[in-house]
Every structure is written in structure tokens, then in C-alpha cells.
Design a protein around this ligand. Structure first.
Ligand SMILES: NC(=O)c1ccc[n+]([C@@H]2O[C@H](COP(=O)([O-])OP(=O)(O)OC[C@H]3O[C@@H](n4cnc5c(N)ncnc54)[C@H](OP(=O)(O)O)[C@@H]3O)[C@@H](O)[C@H]2O)c1
Length: 289
């Protein structure tokens, strides 16, 4: 029996990690919420961990309201970088395996090919800088870790930090019957959180020892506009949808134009499904199909 301490257990990804691991008798999951450990209180991290009994730590916490982070850099760094460094230091000192979730937003988006784990990070906003710093802290302080960079998540629980997810927002707006405008010049890899949870379980089941950074996203790529077309196509919804340029949607935080992740490295351990297949599974799980 492997004992797992799961931080951010009530979030979109955390909920699915809890479900997938708890379905196996091989894992015992201790779900931790913000009430028990507030990652903004960096000095409390190690004393909290010290009181817990576990083999593997999975960190699904994050402050990731990308525009809000621009106005709150200190809070962003405390949660996404400084406390993550504390997790890494504790795990190194106590020989615990650490899984940490990072983001496609560590990249600048200037490349026009799929990003690999070898590519240099160059974030363009406070959130991305804080996540890149979190990765660097783990690499500096620990040696037995997996950092999974994920992107554009949709999961059954909806992101608690964002109040839902893109798929749900599109479905709600479509049902309101209003014409929709969606950005067509930002490319990414939509990812079902259930598939990340399954990937984490594969790493554990197979006792993988090739530690380091792995990209872990829905296979393939699309623009947000193309993603929206596929949502409505699968749901058989007829919506008045227009493609617009990101210059028409000015946001506080800059966003990468291309943050598509290559899954080549992770595919040797776990195969991520094509994103349209993952979307279908999500819509089925949510009983839209
Ligand atoms: N959502 C995306 O599109 C996306 C894209 C790329 C990468 N990611 C990364 O994927 C991971 C999971 O994201 P998600 O979509 O599952 O987000 P989520 O649903 O918002 O979950 C984030 C979790 O972090 C917890 N949290 C936030 N601030 C905290 C604090 N100060 N102390 C303790 N816990 C705190 C939240 O707790 P509460 O439930 O109490 O709020 C929640 O459980 C994150 O690392 C994120 O950076 C997400």
C-alpha cells in the first residue's frame, strides 16, 4: 500500500487524482484542502508535512487566475514558488517522492512548433514566472520528483480557482443564445484532468525512476476557436460563432500565442489520448452525450 498526501484535493485536477487513485486498493489517499494547509503561509508548510505520514506527495495547488496574478505578484510567488520550494526541501530531507503540476505558460509562445521538455522556459506573465520558479526550486532542492506540465484543463469538478472551465463557459454561453467570439490565434493542447490523473497513476504503478519534467497534455493542438467548434460539433449545437484575433481581447496578462506541448517523452510511459477523444469522454462523463 502506497500512502499519498494530496494537496489541492478539492480542485479540478485534485478531484480526479483522488478518484483515480482511490479506485485502486494499492493507494491510500489523504486529501488535503486549503483549510488544513494554506500554501500562502510558507512558514507553516514544513511543520504541517512533518506531522503527516506518507510516501508520495502530489501537489495540485496553485494560484492561477492569470490576470489577477499580475496585480498580486507576492501572493502568486508565495503559493506557486516559495511554498513549492518548501515542499521540495521537505521531500528531499525525508526521502519522499514529489509530483508537482506546472503549466504550458512557462513558455513564451514565440516558437511555432510543439514545445519539448528541452526547450528553454521564458514566461510572459507573473503566473508563468511563478510556476517556472516553482519548477526551478524543485530541481534545485530535490532529486526524486516528477513535474508534469499540463495545459488548458477541463475536468468534471471545474477549476475552483477560475470558477469553472472553458468547455462549461462555452456551453453556458451557447445556451444563452448569444453570438460568440473566440480567439483564433492562440494555440494550445486542451487536456482532460482525468487523463493527467491516469498518467500520475501510471508513473506510480510502473514505479518509474526517470525523474524530471514531463509534458502531459491532450495529444495534438488547436486554437481556442477550433476547440470551441469541436465542442459544439460533438454536442450537435448550432451556434453563431466568430473567430477573432487576440488583439481584440485585451487582457491584463500577456498570453503565449503558441503553448502546444509535445507528449513524445511521456508517451514512453503513458499514452495521452487525442484531445477530441478526451473531450468526448469529458462530455460523456458530464452526461451531455
Ligand atoms: N486550469 C488550467 O487551465 C491550467 C492550465 C495549466 C496548468 N494548470 C495547473 O494545473 C494545476 C491544477 O489546476 P486546476 O485547474 O485543478 O485548478 P483549481 O481547480 O483551481 O485547483 C487549485 C487548487 O489549489 C488550491 N489552492 C489555491 N490556493 C491555495 C492556497 N493558498 N493554499 C492551499 N491550496 C490552495 C485550491 O483550493 P480551494 O479549492 O480551496 O480553492 C484548489 O484545490 C495547477 O498547478 C495549475 O497551475 C492549470
Amino acid at each position: 500500500m502506497i500512502s499519498v498526501l494530496l494537496l489541492g484535493a478539492n480542485g479540478q485536477l485534485g478531484t480526479d487524482v483522488q478518484e483515480v487513485l482511490s479506485n485502486s486498493t494499492h493507494y491510500q489517499v489523504q486529501a488535503v484542502s486549503r483549510n488544513e494547509l494554506d500554501m500562502e503561509l510558507t512558514s507553516e508548510v514544513s511543520s504541517y508535512l512533518n506531522k503527516q505520514n506518507f510516501d508520495v506527495l502530489i501537489n495540485c495547488t496553485s494560484y492561477h487566475k492569470t490576470d489577477e496574478c499580475e496585480d498580486n505578484p507576492l501572493k502568486t510567488y508565495l503559493i506557486n514558488s516559495v511554498s513549492v520550494a518548501e515542499l521540495a526541501k521537505f521531500c528531499y530531507a525525508n526521502d519522499k517522492l514529489l509530483f508537482h503540476i506546472s503549466t504550458d505558460y512557462v513558455f513564451s509562445g514565440r516558437s511555432n512548433v510543439f514545445y519539448t521538455e528541452e526547450d528553454a522556459t521564458r514566461p510572459v506573465n507573473v503566473y508563468g514566472i511563478s510556476k517556472a520558479a516553482g519548477e526551478q526550486a524543485i530541481e534545485a532542492y530535490h532529486d526524486r520528483f516528477f513535474i508534469l506540465r499540463v495545459s488548458s484543463l477541463f475536468g468534471k469538478a471545474g477549476a475552483s480557482g477560475k470558477g469553472g472551465n472553458f468547455v462549461e463557459t462555452m456551453i453556458r454561453l451557447a445556451r444563452e443564445g448569444k453570438p460568440l467570439k473566440v480567439v483564433s490565434d492562440q494555440y494550445m493542447s486542451p487536456t482532460h484532468t482525468l487523463d493527467i490523473a491516469k498518467a500520475i497513476k501510471s508513473f506510480l504503478d510502473k514505479d518509474v525512476r526517470e525523474y524530471g519534467i514531463y509534458h502531459c497534455s491532450g495529444d495534438g493542438s488547436c486554437s481556442w476557436y477550433e476547440f470551441t467548434i469541436e465542442i459544439f460539433r460533438q454536442l450537435n449545437l448550432n451556434v453563431n460563432l466568430t473567430a477573432v484575433s487576440s488583439s481584440e481581447f485585451v487582457t491584463k496578462a500577456k498570453r503565449p500565442a503558441n503553448s502546444v506541448l509535445s507528449n513524445e517523452k511521456i508517451s514512453k510511459i503513458h499514452q495521452m489520448p487525442l484531445w477530441p477523444d478526451a473531450l468526448r469522454e469529458y462530455l460523456t462523463r458530464k452526461e451531455y452525450l
